[in-house]
Design a protein around this ligand. Structure first.
Ligand code: PMP
Length: 360
């Protein structure tokens, strides 16, 4: 059946985005998730839910207040969201008017641009150099009176590179008319944060996710922390029920159960040790990679990148070809899991290069 109905002009121009989520019953080193499990205490909390609990609309307020306390903030300074993705979406909805600009260092996480492109604002890219260091000077130079949102993933994906606290401060001060979003999705693997500046800088907003270190990607849980004067507007475009009861129950346990905290600490320490060993193994194989503070690494595979990703899949290991990202031709991103998992990854990579498959 044909229809004369057209979407908004901007929606008509948007590319479709379908992350490769199919057939992932392998070792998942492709989406930077926790590769093992959430804390058993969190799972037990979910399992204790009753059928009657599920009949009620979820109430985010009490758990939002708990999350705020966990971060040393007031309840007005925190919004729980359906993943950081919803957080990005509502920031774009709340702050981007036609003619405004989202300023984006690239390569970076895809969803900033996708949600901005559904508004009538423009997107200004600032390309990182071949070392993928944060393009600080170029970003400062690209700030204009139209800059309304600046999105900085710290650590960044897919590069693993970081932006310093001093750089964030300088950017926030140079663009007082813009919301500066510092996306700390990979905070636990880095250990540095600007969360303590919330409420001190009037235009700083920090995002965190429970999809990575906490191992709760399927529940869709993220948060925004920021001054009340900004979050007040953001709440207007937020669906009141976007964080469901199962997710809220899990989060309450994740933030308050002592075993949940020690499990998180164990997983993060394991990944950091594993990261050191994996990077050394890549060097030994003769592969170039970029310094990373996250639970993944960007590796230069070269012209056989596609073949590499499919050969790894055949060996039961999923990795993410990032060749289509700006400046990333031939580069593949590999999530870092436990040491035992990464030994399997190293063996598969060795196998690929040993068999000469890379030149096939
Ligand atoms: N920010 C960054 C930098 C990411 O890499 C990701 C996940 N790929 C997200 C946000 C999305 O997080 P969530 O699962 O909470 O939507």
């Amino acid at each position: 059946m044909t229809t004369i109905i057209q979407p908004r002009a901007r929606v008509l121009q948007m590319p479709e985005y379908h992350p490769p989520l199919g057939n992932r019953d392998s070792l998942r080193l492709d989406f930077n998730e926790n590769t093992l499990a959430c804390s058993p205490a969190v799972l037990a909390a979910i399992q204790s839910l009753s059928a009657a609990d599920l009949t009620r609309y979820p109430e985010r307020g009490p758990v939002e207040a708990l999350a705020a306390r966990h971060l040393g903030l007031s309840p007005e300074q925190v919004i729980l969201t359906n993943g950081v993705d919803e957080a990005i979406h509502i920031l774009c909805q709340a702050f981007l008017d036609p003619g405004d600009e989202l300023l984006l260092p690239v390569p970076t996480y895809a969803m900033y641009e996708i949600y901005a492109s559904a508004t009538d604002a423009g997107v200004v890219h600032v390309q990182a150099g071949p070392d993928f260091a944060f393009p600080f000077e170029a970003l400062l130079a690209a700030i204009t009176p139209k800059t309304k949102l600046i999105a900085i993933a710290n650590p960044n994906s897919p590069t693993g590179s970081v932006c310093t606290r001093e750089q964030i401060l300088a950017i926030a001060q140079a663009a007082p008319q813009a919301v500066v979003l510092v996306d700390e999705a990979y905070f636990h693997f880095y250990g540095q944060t600007v969360m303590d500046l919330i409420g001190k800088l009037p235009n700083l907003i920090v995002a965190r996710t429970f999809s990575k270190a906490y191992g709760l990607a399927s529940l869709r849980l993220g948060l925004l922390a920021g001054p009340e004067s900004l979050l007040h507007w953001t709440r207007r475009v937020l669906s009141p029920y976007s964080v469901n009861m199962v997710a809220l129950t899990a989060l309450q346990s994740a933030l308050t159960h002592p075993e949940a905290q020690s499990y998180l600490d164990w997983y993060v320490a394991e990944v950091k040790e594993s990261r050191t060993a994996f990077l050394a193994a890549l060097t030994e194989i003769g592969l170039a990679w970029w310094p990373t503070e996250a639970n993944f690494v960007l590796v230069n595979i070269g012209p056989s990148h596609k073949h590499f990703a499919s050969s790894m899949r055949e060996q039961g290991i999923l990795v993410r070809d990032r060749s289509a990202d700006p400046g990333c031709d031939g580069l593949v991103r590999i999530t870092i899991g436990t040491r035992a998992q990464m030994r399997l990854a190293v063996a598969a990579i060795q196998e690929f290069f040993a068999t000469g498959a890379h030149s096939a």
